[in-house]
Design a binder for this molecule. Structure first.
Ligand SMILES: [Zn+2]
Ligand SMILES: [Zn+2]
Length: 389
């Protein structure tokens, strides 16, 4: 089959690789319908995440049609259209049973690569380094899905492929980030980042009852989507003296009740702190730049919630004293998609939310390297590049 492979830093190529096969009786092989880029892919494309190997098939957000089932698969059969969360859950361990799916104890076959840093391994993820399991990714004609009864969610007929696709990762990540905020009537929620996850977090926060949602970014096209699709107020951080002051003025001086970081370690900023971060990151003295996260901590009201969705490795200059003195609650996780997918598909079916506008640019699989380039450079307002094998 054809697949998009990582062949070194900033080197993605479409190549012919062996077809995936049923390895375990609970596997299915899925014929990929649609697959999409994710900001977290850029971390290893740009060389910030180790344990990629040349020839690895990348991609972790996808939907498709079941092509072949292992003999112990019970809940889906060949021909079923399904969406699959990006983290692989086993469905049986204590973490899966507690709905903490990205912490599954059984789906990362390379725990020794994570334990020195994290203490304990996370779940595995498709197409996302060997430290995260080394599973082949979804930017391919076919992908193997382990523990299919747990990880394949049938898509109702009335939903389009695009509507189902974003229930794989961007939407459940944003939805989880809003869920972490325990939103109450009258709350203001500020979201750093108006990419796919940030937009989903904004819309989800509104759906959960936030009175005011504010999206923060610098790209006019993304800020427009935040206003028009998510109904958010917006702040272009390059056009104001102080994002914190802007947020104060939108909240009567009190500050947002909850702040969601949907930017992560490649945050772009403008000040001295950013220049310092950038220099240190380029020398590999630290791996992360944390401008958005630091700003969110300062902007958040006292006693508020900081919900962290951006992907981080190791960051210095993390002002824990700000959180401590202000009594912030910090909540964070990689997405627990299996917990949310059924209700997200219901929200689409009920007409309450539709994530398909994130698919701003569609490409054939053969043109996927070009898709990544557009996505990375945010060319032509690209929010997500979607690949159809
Ligand atoms: Zn993702
Ligand atoms: Zn598990």
């Amino acid at each position: 089959m054809r697949a998009l492979c990582w062949e070194g830093v900033e080197d993605l190529r479409v190549e012919t690789v062996p077809d995936p096969e049923i390895v375990n009786p609970r596997d299915v092989v899925l014929e990929v319908g649609l697959s999409t880029t994710c900001g977290s892919d850029l971390h290893f494309v740009d060389g910030y995440l180790p344990t990629m190997r040349e020839g690895d098939v990348i991609g972790h957000e996808f939907m498709g049609t079941v092509a072949e089932t292992g003999r112990k698969v019970e809940s889906v059969e060949a021909g079923d259209r399904v969406v699959v969360p990006s983290f692989v859950g086993c469905g049986d361990c204590g973490y899966c049973l507690d709905d903490l799916w990205s912490l599954c104890d059984n789906t990362n076959p390379n725990p020794e690569l994570q334990e020195p840093v994290l203490g304990y391994p996370t779940a595995g993820i498709y197409g996302y380094t060997h430290a995260f399991g080394g599973y082949a990714g979804s930017h391919a004609e076919y992908v193997r899905v382990p523990h299919a009864d747990t990880n394949c969610f049938p898509v109702p007929d009335e939903l389009s492929d695009e509507q189902a696709l974003f229930a794989s990762d961007a939407w459940p990540t944003g939805y989880m980030g809003a869920d972490f905020c325990d939103i109450e009537d009258g709350d203001t929620v500020a979201v750093w980042g108006c990419g796919g996850v940030g937009l989903m977090a904004q819309q989800s926060a509104a759906l959960m009852g936030a009175e005011q949602v504010v999206g923060i970014d610098r790209f006019p096209e993304r800020l427009r989507l935040a206003r028009e699709e998510a109904g958010s107020a917006t702040i272009d951080y390059t056009a104001v003296d102080s994002v914190v002051d802007e947020l104060k003025s939108l909240t009567g001086g009190r500050g947002p009740d909850a702040c969601i970081d949907a930017v992560g370690m490649e945050a772009h900023g403008t000040g001295v702190q950013h220049a310092y971060d950038r220099a240190k990151q380029s020398m590999r003295l630290q791996t992360d730049r944390g401008e958005a996260l630091r700003q969110a901590m300062v902007a958040c009201r006292k006693g508020g919630t900081l919900s962290i969705l951006g992907v981080y490795g190791v960051m210095d200059k993390f002002p824990l004293g700000v959180a401590m003195n202000k009594g912030l609650t910090i909540r964070t996780a990689q997405q627990h998609g299996q917990r949310y997918v059924p209700q997200l598909l219901d929200h689409v079916a009920e007409g309450e939310m539709d994530p398909s506008y994130l698919a701003t640019h569609e490409f054939s699989l053969e043109d996927a390297p070009r898709g990544y380039e557009m996505f990375r450079e945010k060319e032509d307002g690209c929010v997500r590049a979607v690949f159809e094998p």
